[in-house]
Design a protein around this ligand. Structure first.
Ligand code: 13P
Ligand code: SF4
Length: 366
């Protein structure tokens, strides 16, 4: 396919961009009514308000994966989130159910930081160095191919809300682990479980090199050198500035933030954890949140009796999460009704089978 065809494929008919919000909202509402239980719209917490208002369920990555595994009724699952989430939903649903991503450009830059060929090459080198002592774990923010690789090698997926449980599980299986693709979630989780920082090495996939000072036998955790470009924007400087301006303010961050930022914060956890902590807090308390801006804005609106700010005053939304907007959602539902469905996410069967092993190990670990 030429670049021109690829770009064209991602564009929606111009009429959707010309419609007013009210027209689009009515369109979505009416299509939802007509499609009834044939349609299910899961929405990740980082989605825009204009989209999340139509979600049948909202949640973090774990909740959305669990819901996909349970849902056997909906014929069409219109996933308001990013590509790896839609792939996960496709792997966990039946062949009869169709998973649709309203905009194919809604990827995740972190997931793209671990490519399957790089991973296979890294594995060869790492197993030559460490023998059969490593178990691979992958953050759910990864491609289906990476999940399949992990599933095939006895490992599992993890999300930010079960990472400690899954890392503990991994250490019951093997002496060491390779954590893909987010070095920060891997480092923060292992550190919380008592693994010292000097027992953690970093695998650089670009240089194809293990970065570690000291004897390699000391390595317990190998962190893939990937990160989230959104969460890396929260800095130690941001934490210091909030502490100085608002001494009583609690700082709560997502574990995709760096170790230094997490260490200086009061609490760290998944998007569901952050929402729950603020919900349980007393009115009049004050909070600085270190996560994606659509979610922070929603929390600010929901709790006008608390003082809530973003930890970084210049923070933006996740650009790829933001690709899913009202025009794309309306177009997507229209195309279902017209029987001309676009953007179906269909993971190759062989890959899906192996990836499911990794997902099932996570979903079944108590
Ligand atoms: P959770 O919703 O699992 O906390 O993940 C955050 C995220 O970055 C999803 O892309
Ligand atoms: Fe990926 Fe980060 Fe966006 Fe989540 S917030 S989808 S990890 S780029």
């Amino acid at each position: 396919m030429s670049i021109f065809q690829t770009v064209n494929k991602t564009l929606i008919p111009e009429k959707y961009n010309q419609m007013s919000n009210e027209e689009l909202e009515n369109k979505v509402r009416e299509a939802k009514e007509r499609l009834g239980s044939k349609l299910f719209i899961p929405g990740h917490h980082y989605q825009r308000d204009e989209v999340i208002q139509f979600a049948d369920a909202t949640g973090d990555s774990l909740v959305l994966a669990q819901l996909s595994a349970k849902n056997r009724d909906a014929e069409y699952i219109v996933f308001c989130g990013v590509h790896f989430m839609a792939e996960t939903a496709d792997i966990l649903t039946t062949d009869e159910q169709k998973v649709i991503l309203p905009d194919m450009r809604a990827g995740c830059s972190m997931a793209d930081m671990a490519d399957i060929h790089q991973t296979e090459r890294a594995w060869k080198e790492l197993t030559e160095t460490f023998g059969d002592t490593i178990l691979p774990l992958t953050y759910i923010n990864s491609t289906a191919a990476i999940k399949a690789f992990v599933g095939e090698h006895g490992g599992a997926t993890v999300t930010s809300s079960n990472a400690e449980k899954m890392v503990s599980w991994a250490f019951e299986q093997k002496e060491r682990l390779l954590f893909l693709p987010d070095q920060h979630l891997g480092r923060n989780t292992a550190f919380n479980l008592g693994i010292p920082l000097d027992a953690m090495a970093v695998w650089d996939p670009i240089q194809h090199k293990l970065i570690f000072d000291g004897p390699v036998e000391k390595v317990k955790v190998i962190l893939w050198k990937g990160h989230c470009g959104v969460h890396e924007n929260f800095t130690v400087e941001n934490v210091r500035s909030v502490r100085e301006k608002y001494p009583k303010m609690k700082i709560i961050v997502h574990p995709e933030c760096s170790r230094e930022v997490v260490a200086l914060s009061d609490m760290a956890g998944s998007t569901n954890y952050i929402i729950k902590k603020i919900e349980e807090s007393d009115p009049q308390t004050s909070w600085a949140i270190g996560t994606e801006q659509n979610l922070v804005n929603r929390i600010i609106k929901r709790y006008p009796d608390r003082q809530i700010i973003s930890l970084n005053p210049y923070m933006c939304s996740c650009m790829t999460m933001n690709r899913i907007d009202l025009p794309h959602l309306a177009w997507c539902l229209d195309s279902i009704e017209q029987g001309e469905i676009h953007n179906i996410i269909e993971v190759d069967k062989g890959v899906a089978e192996k990836a499911k092993l990794a997902l099932d190990r996570m979903l079944q670990t108590k």
